[in-house]
Ligand binder design. Structure first.
Ligand code: ADP
Length: 306
């Protein structure tokens, strides 16, 4: 069976419902991408998630939720003395802000067992990871994860890297630059956001971002710019600019990039051209931002598991 694997950290989400009450959910960038990919791809594709969780009740509930959503949870390792991370959303005047408790989360041990890691990565058609998947690891574990990804890539997997900068998760800016460069150097497909790239690397324009990631060995780079155009570059094919359809009332941009990644992977997995896949990814992201929350069920038009 063909398969997509996403790898990283899923967290407990507490979203306010009013009066000091919160609704519990589960979300996290790479998990969100897996969730959208599952709903976009036909049933003859498996979509798996690789991470570490604890053995406590909330860890079990997280894994049960993933399984109920059609995600293959076989590559989830359970660690007896750990638990999952948590974030809480605060709403003030319509603006969302986030508080995190993830310093000791089990997912930080993601690359600690090389045999488990190799088994999780083997035989995949696509492997998706992000700057957050790397940021939560110790520096030596980042190297170990990227070595394993490079081996999986050499064995035929297409590795997708969503840069997803989170300055507070990295030791400092130098570590973040080095980590992103390391991650991109093992990827076939890199999905940066231009505002982050210009802030961290000083890129003058999307062409500079493309030149850097193309130079590290990527064959496909999609530079996202929110409501602005996506600049899509293919090795040997040059760059094209795709403009997102305007979204008149943006409700919540959470998971815009995560759903974009899923749309692109699902399109490429089904033999669409990069341009077609990117157009579908943009259309999906444009629907996701019209509704609150990371996982927007109504945003999907096709796929097996609705
Ligand atoms: P990220 O969340 O990774 O920073 P972006 O915010 O650039 O990514 O959003 C990813 C994609 O979502 C964009 O390329 C675009 O297709 C769509 N998108 C995001 N914000 C808007 C918006 N305000 N209007 C229309 N489309 C948007």
């Amino acid at each position: 069976m063909s398969s997509v694997l996403a790898l990283g950290e899923c967290m407990v989400e507490l979203a306010p419902t009013g009066g000091g009450l919160y609704r519990r959910g589960f979300a996290g960038d790479t998990f969100n991408t897996a969730w959208y990919a599952r709903r976009l791809l036909p049933a003859d594709w498996s979509v798996a998630y690789a991470s570490c969780v604890g053995t406590d009740a909330v860890s079990r509930e997280m894994v049960d939720f993933m399984a109920a959503e059609g995600i293959d949870t076989a590559p989830i390792r359970r660690l007896p003395d750990r638990t999952v991370g948590l974030y809480m959303i605060a709403l003030a005047g319509g603006e969302r802000s986030f508080s995190y408790w993830r310093g000791q989360s089990a997912a930080r041990a993601l690359a600690d067992d090389p045999d488990w890691l190799d088994a999780a990565l083997s035989g995949r058609n696509f492997i998706h990871f992000s700057g957050i998947s790397l940021a939560i690891l110790r520096p030596d574990s980042r190297e170990r994860l990227c070595d394993a990804l490079a081996c999986a890539r050499a064995a035929g997997a297409r590795v997708v890297f969503d840069t997803n900068l989170r300055p507070r998760l990295w030791e400092d800016e130098d570590a973040m630059r080095a980590g992103l460069t390391l991650g991109a150097s093992v990827a076939d497909i890199v999905l940066p956001s231009f505002d982050e790239e210009t802030a961290l690397f000083g890129d003058a324009d999307p062409a500079a971002t493309i030149a850097r990631y193309g130079g590290l060995g990527a064959g496909l780079v999609a530079v996202k710019q929110g409501a602005g155009p996506v600049v899509l570059w293919q090795a040997g094919g040059g760059a094209t600019t795709l403009t997102p359809a305007p979204v008149p009332r943006v409700v919540d941009t959470t998971a815009a990039g995560d759903s974009f990644a899923a749309g692109l992977i699902a399109g490429l997995a089904q033999a669409q051209s990069p341009r077609e896949a990117a157009a579908a990814a943009m259309a999906l992201a444009g629907r996701v931002i019209r509704a609150p929350g990371a996982l927007v069920r109504g945003a999907i038009e096709g796929g097996a598991a609705r």
